[in-house]
Design a binder for this molecule. Structure first.
Ligand SMILES: C=CC1=C(C)c2cc3[nH]c(cc4nc(cc5[nH]c(cc1n2)c(C)c5CCC(=O)O)C(CCC(=O)O)=C4C)c(C)c3C=C
Ligand code: FE2
Length: 438
C-alpha cells in the first residue's frame, strides 16, 4: 500500500493553559488571500520546530489535520475494485437490516456490471481519477498556509474507497504521535453518503484503539456557509461570466452530485437543505456584486434503480434549451476538486446534450482545487475548530450483537434471501438496473 500523505515534525510546545483554550498564543492571522493564485506548486515542507517557549509548565502539542475524501481509481485496472469498495459501503447502498448480509455479494455484482461504463469515463479523462493528485496538492497547500498562520500541523489524507485508505492515514497519525486532530471532509455539504460514511469509518477504527479513542478530535461536518468558500465560488463564477459576450444573459446552472431521495426524506440527510442554502448564499454574494443573472439547481450522476434528488441535470438542460436559453454556465457545487463528474459528465456528456438542445454558448466553472482564497479559508476553519477538540465518542455496537444469536441470524438469512430474490429479479428492477447501471 502506498504511504499515506503526511509530513513529519509539526511539533509545537504550547502553554498548558492554552491547550483547551486553543490558539491564544498564536499571533494575529496574516491576510494572504490572493484571488485566483494557487498554492498547488508548493510541495510538502517539513516543519522545523518553531517552539513557543513557556515560562510555566509546558505540554507538547502535535496538531494533525485529517482530510476526508472519496478517492478514485488511479488506473483503469483499479476501477472495478474501487467500485466494489464503494458499493460495499452500507452508507452508499442502504439495504434494510434484513438484507445486510447481501451487501458484499451485491457490491461484487454491481461493480462488475458497472465497471465497463465507469472505465469508459475514466479512459476519457486520461485513464484514471485525478483525485489523489489534487488532494495531495490541497494537503500541501493547507499545510503551508497553516504554517504561515503559526499553526504548524501535519496534514493527512483518508480516502474512503481507494488509496490512501482511512486505515493508512490513521496508522501514520499514531506513528507521528499526534495529540490533537481536526477532521476536515473535502465536501462542503454534509451527506450520509460522503462525510457521514467517512466519519463512521473513522469512528469504527478509533473505538478499537485506546490511544485514538482518547485523542482530542474536532470534526468539521460541513462548511458550505463559510464566507471564504462562498466568496471563492463567487469569484470563479464572476471570472467565468466574463468569457461570454453577453454575461448578463447567461443562466447560472448549479449542478450538484445527487443522492437517493430516501436519504433526505427517510434518513434525515441534510444534504438537499444545505445545498439549497449554499446556492442561496453564493447568489446573495453575486447580487452584492451586482450580478443578478438567472440561476437554477439540478442534480447529476444518479446510479441504480431508485429515485434520486430532482430535478435531474440532463432533463433540465434539455428543458432550458427548448425554452430558448442560449447561454449557460455550469457550476459544479458539491465537490471541490476536478473529478470524473466534472471532466467527463459535465464537460463532455452534458455539454453535448446542451448544445444539441439549442444552447449555443456553454461554459463551466473550474473546481476550486488549490485556489488560494479557498485553501486559506480551510486553514481558518481548522484553526477555529482546534479549541473544540475532544475525545471521539465511542458508540458500542448493537447490530453485531444481533448477528451473534444463531437462530436470529438463520431467520434473517432465510427471509432475506427470499425477499432479495423476489425484489432483485422483478421485471421493474431488471429494467431500471439496465438503464442506470450499465
Ligand atoms: C458530494 C459528492 C458526492 C456524493 C453526494 C456522492 C454520492 C454517491 N455517489 C454514488 C456513486 C458513485 N460515485 C462515484 C464517484 C464519485 N462520487 C463522488 C462524489 C459524491 N458521491 C466523487 C468525488 C467520485 C469520484 C470521482 C473520481 O474522479 O474518481 C462513482 C464512480 C464513477 C462512476 O462510475 O460514475 C459511483 C458509481 C452513489 C451511489 C452515491 C450516493 C448514494
Ligand atoms: Fe458519487
Amino acid at each position: 500500500m502506498p504511504a499515506c500523505h503526511s509530513s513529519h515534525g509539526g511539533r509545537l510546545t504550547l502553554k498548558k493553559s492554552s491547550v483547551s483554550g486553543g490558539l491564544s498564543l498564536h499571533r494575529p492571522l496574516h491576510k494572504r488571500d490572493v484571488v485566483g493564485k494557487t498554492f498547488c506548486s508548493v510541495g510538502l515542507s517539513t516543519y522545523r520546530g518553531s517552539i513557543v517557549e513557556s515560562s510555566s509548565q509546558t505540554a507538547e502539542e502535535k496538531i494533525g489535520v485529517l482530510l476526508l475524501n472519496l478517492g478514485g481509481p488511479d488506473t483503469l485496472h483499479d476501477v472495478q475494485p474501487f467500485l466494489f469498495n464503494l458499493f460495499a459501503d452500507p452508507d452508499i447502498i442502504r439495504l434494510p437490516r434484513l438484507f445486510r448480509f447481501l451487501q458484499r455479494p451485491l457490491a461484487q455484482l454491481i461493480s462488475v456490471l458497472r465497471a465497463s461504463k465507469s472505465k469508459e469515463g475514466y479512459a476519457a479523462i486520461g485513464g484514471g481519477s485525478p483525485l489523489r493528485k489534487i488532494t495531495d496538492e490541497q494537503a500541501s497547500a493547507l499545510k503551508m498556509v497553516l504554517e504561515t498562520k503559526e499553526v504548524p500541523a501535519n496534514v493527512y489524507i483518508a480516502m474512503r474507497y481507494w488509496h490512501p485508505f482511512t486505515e493508512e492515514a490513521v496508522h501514520q497519525i499514531k506513528r507521528d504521535g499526534i495529540t490533537k486532530l481536526v477532521v476536515l471532509p473535502l465536501y462542503p455539504q454534509y451527506s450520509i453518503s460522503t462525510t457521514g460514511s467517512s466519519v463512521r469509518a473513522l469512528q469504527n477504527i478509533f473505538k478499537e484503539d485506546s490511544y485514538l479513542s482518547r485523542l482530542p478530535v474536532a470534526v468539521i461536518e460541513s462548511w458550505y456557509q463559510r464566507q471564504g468558500y462562498i466568496k471563492s465560488m463567487a469569484n470563479l463564477i464572476e471570472q467565468e461570466l466574463h468569457n461570454f459576450t453577453k454575461p448578463e444573459e447567461v443562466m447560472i446552472f448549479f449542478s450538484a452530485h445527487g443522492v437517493p431521495v430516501s436519504y433526505v426524506e427517510n434518513a434525515g440527510d441534510p444534504y438537499r437543505d444545505q445545498m439549497e442554502e449554499c446556492i442561496f448564499l453564493i447568489m446573495k454574494e453575486l447580487k452584492a456584486r451586482e450580478i443578478i443573472n438567472d440561476h437554477t439547481l439540478a442534480y447529476q450522476s444518479r446510479v441504480g434503480p431508485v429515485q434520486w434528488l430532482k430535478p435531474y441535470t440532463d432533463e433540465v438542460l434539455v428543458e432550458l434549451g427548448q425554452k430558448g436559453v442560449k447561454s449557460l454556465l455550469a457550476v459544479p457545487v458539491s465537490f471541490v476538486s476536478e473529478h470524473i463528474e466534472t471532466l467527463e459528465e459535465i464537460d463532455m456528456e452534458y455539454r453535448e446534450l446542451a448544445l444539441e438542445s439549442g444552447i449555443e454558448n456553454w461554459g463551466r466553472v473550474p473546481a476550486l482545487n488549490c485556489t488560494s482564497s479557498f485553501i486559506t479559508d480551510l486553514a481558518d476553519a481548522v484553526i477555529e475548530a482546534l479549541p473544540s477538540t475532544m475525545a471521539m465518542s465511542t458508540s458500542t455496537g448493537t447490530e453485531e450483537e444481533v448477528d451473534n444469536d444463531p437462530m436470529q441470524y438463520f431467520m434473517k438469512m432465510l427471509f432475506g434471501s427470499l425477499l432479495a430474490f423476489v425484489f432483485l429479479f422483478s421485471p421493474k428492477m431488471v429494467s431500471a438496473f439496465k438503464k442506470n447501471i450499465l
